[in-house]
Design a protein. Sequence first.
Length: 270
Amino acid sequence: MTPTFSSGWLAVREPEDARARSTALAEALASQVHGAPIIAHDLGSGTGSMMRWLAPMLPGPQSWHLHDRDARLLRRVAGAPRPVDDDGSVVSVSTHVGALDDLGPEDLRGASLITASALLDVLTEDELRAVVSRCVAASAPVLFALTVTGDVAVTPADPLDDDLRAAFNAHQQRAHAGVPLLGPTAVDRARALFDRAGWEVRVADTPWRLGGHAPRLLAEWLAGWTDAAVEQGPQLQSAAAGYRARRTAQARAGALSVDVHHRDLMAWPR
Ligand SMILES: C[S@@+](CC[C@H](N)C(=O)[O-])C[C@H]1O[C@@H](n2cnc3c(N)ncnc32)[C@H](O)[C@@H]1O
């Protein structure tokens, strides 16, 4: 079964995603984009969080094409307010349901830029290869934001942190239909594929810094992190229940902070 994502989870993470993504790489991307209108393709778009973040940093007119295999998430795009460009004009948006490895050469033809956010770690090696080869064929600069690195720093430290982190990271690379997901290896794999194509690559660290300012995201992240670790290592179940109770009490007291590390990758043809 392929992983699915609820619109509720995507909405809860959107403000911290926006804070975390690299504006330096977004500016570098903007400097590579010439001509009008800007034709932007967002891969694994969900409800359009990446577009809402990036569109206001780019000049208009802009035409965004959102690609996702989850039609439920794409339907939410129609009901959401349209983002605006850097001049305050509304951008145009279309949605396309389908798997990314089924994108044909025509689908990205004429792209000015290609983006993704929180996507690479949930792809398989074959899906990533297909995505990179389509981007290379389109010859448009790409910005792939917020790929997990597997590093999580929880403060204060707890004796169970390391076991849960190891089980969660193994869960991230679990097999779907017999094929493992890339999980924390995804940025290095993407970098290697763009290097091999002769493209320039820049990477930036873009951690979530969770604490009292984002109590709901912190609570949902903690639940998801421990549940996934227990699914991977059922022997952790009772210890993880105690861990979650301790961490929840610390969060309620404003005494818990978590850094969840990600990296953004920008690549462009030389
Ligand atoms: C973690 S969500 C991120 C969504 C959105 N980019 C955001 O930041 O809110 C990953 C998204 O990628 C989509 N996705 C994952 N693998 C895909 C594939 N092979 N083809 C098409 N969409 C895919 C999922 O349906 C989901 O919407």
